[in-house]
Design a protein around this ligand. Structure first.
Ligand code: ATP
Ligand code: MG
Length: 394
């Protein structure tokens, strides 16, 4: 029996639990023996990288689905802070700040940290360990052919200077997911290639270590056939790829083209105003398809009749300027964000930070119970089990 400490110094996390404004469990309940979050509900795993605050793309690409499914599923929401180091290893302090900010965004959107489990990647050692084993099951060339990685290398201007750990994150993401043995992974469109790789790894593991015949086993039947990992399904959000205000690339934290959930009404107006369509006058017939302005119209104006009316008048150049359309989009976005901003205000400042850290610790302790169990099953299948261990938080 090996006992490990996760190494949180008492001083650093000696926070008073903020019981009056939240029902997060007390720090004292973080002992893994009393916080097993597993339930009969099917599982979801998804998450975000703390490379900045959350934006509208996250909301329509993934958060909406998380909110819709969080009661029905046993949800694990991962803060992929280790992956943030792949592009900003020299900005550790900022990654820590962004980690806390993202949890505030989640809470403001309505993620329930008690019914669901918020997980800090760097404090789940099983994820790092599984990443190593999975890295042996997938050819290097296969990883480098992943179209999402290629796009990221290009759009983030990484050239050939990215660290070794950058492509490794795609393998790590297979471990993020499979450590929780989920059925469903709700994500935006750019993540579909990653989930496909994760499915391949799960099948390969089953073939190599669990004697599952891939030619005679359908994806749904893997667990019944003796596989450690299910083959998770992907669920893409209502808008799989929201374009950024640059009108070119997907809205992204790292590309300076995002409208953040915490932006003020004025900032939203200003950013929408920056979208360029090239249209010259109110009477010039405009194009809808491929026009970033109209992706925003269709995404954020929920009155279908009004959307049809705007599209019709714009197409005909019926006395309607881009400025007019932009004003309506900004109003719709601000109406969506208003309650989120109000709720986010409750988590401002040190008290909010402390509450978030409390939630992270509680959720991560719960998550470790599940991930450790998965790791043990995997290692047993691999002939690597030499006794069980337990993680202890101090
Ligand atoms: P980064 O620039 O650091 O990669 P990001 O903005 O791409 O950040 P991620 O943390 O990588 O955000 O993605 C979190 C989730 O949000 C993923 O499921 C991803 O598919 C989804 N997502 C991100 N951007 C968009 C977008 N523009 N439209 C729809 N979904 C998105
Ligand atoms: Mg991304």
């Amino acid at each position: 029996m090996v006992t490990q400490s996760c190494g949180y110094g008492i001083g650093e996390f000696a926070v008073g639990s903020i019981r009056h404004c939240h029902s997060a469990p007390r720090l004292g309940t973080m002992n893994q023996d009393t916080t097993d979050a597993s339930s009969a509900r099917p599982r979801i795993l998804t998450g975000d990288t703390p490379t900045g605050k959350l934006h509208l793309g996250h909301f329509v690409g993934s958060i909406e689905n998380r909110l819709a499914l969080q009661d029905e599923y046993d949800c694990y929401f991962l803060l992929a802070n280790m992956h943030a180091f792949t592009t900003r290893a020299d900005q550790a302090e900022q990654i820590r700040t962004d980690t806390i900010e993202i949890v505030k965004d989640w809470l403001a959107c309505g993620i329930d940290p008690v019914g669901s489990t918020i997980v800090l990647q760097t404090e789940v050692p099983a994820i790092a360990e599984l990443s190593w084993y999975f890295a042996m099951l997938i050819p290097f060339n296969r990883v480098m052919r992943n179209p999402t990685l290629k796009t990221e290398i290009d759009s983030k201007g990484l050239g050939d200077q990215y660290p070794f750990g950058f492509p490794m994150y795609a393998v790590g993401q297979c471990a993020d997911i499979l450590a929780f043995q989920p059925e469903l992974v709700p994500v935006g469109e750019d993540q579909v290639a990653h989930i496909e790789m994760c499915r391949e790894v799960a099948r390969r593991f089953a073939q190599v270590y669990c004697s599952v015949d891939p030619n005679n086993t359908s994806d749904e039947d893997y667990p019944a056939a003796g596989a450690v990992f299910p083959i998770p399904r992907v669920k893409v959000g209502r808008i799989g790829r929201l374009i950024g205000i640059d009108g070119k690339q997907k809205m992204s934290k790292s590309l300076n083209n995002a409208i953040f959930l915490s932006d003020s009404p004025k900032q939203v107006k200003k950013k929408i105003g920056q979208i360029f369509t090239g249209r010259q006058s109110m009477t010039e017939p405009g194009t809808i398809e491929g026009n970033p302005l109209f992706q925003y119209v269709r995404t954020f104006i929920r009155d279908e009749q009004r959307v049809a009316e705007l599209e019709d008048r714009y197409t005909r150049g019926d006395n309607i300027g881009d400025g007019h359309v932009k004003a309506e989009i900004a109003d719709a976005i601000n109406a969506l964000l208003e309650p989120i901003r109000d709720k986010r205000d409750e988590y401002e400042g040190k008290a909010g930070d402390d509450l978030v850290i409390d939630i992270i610790r509680t959720g991560t302790a719960r998550a470790n119970v599940v991930a450790e169990r998965t790791l043990h099953e995997a290692k047993t299948a691999m002939g690597l089990s030499f006794g069980e261990r337990s993680l202890k938080w101090v």
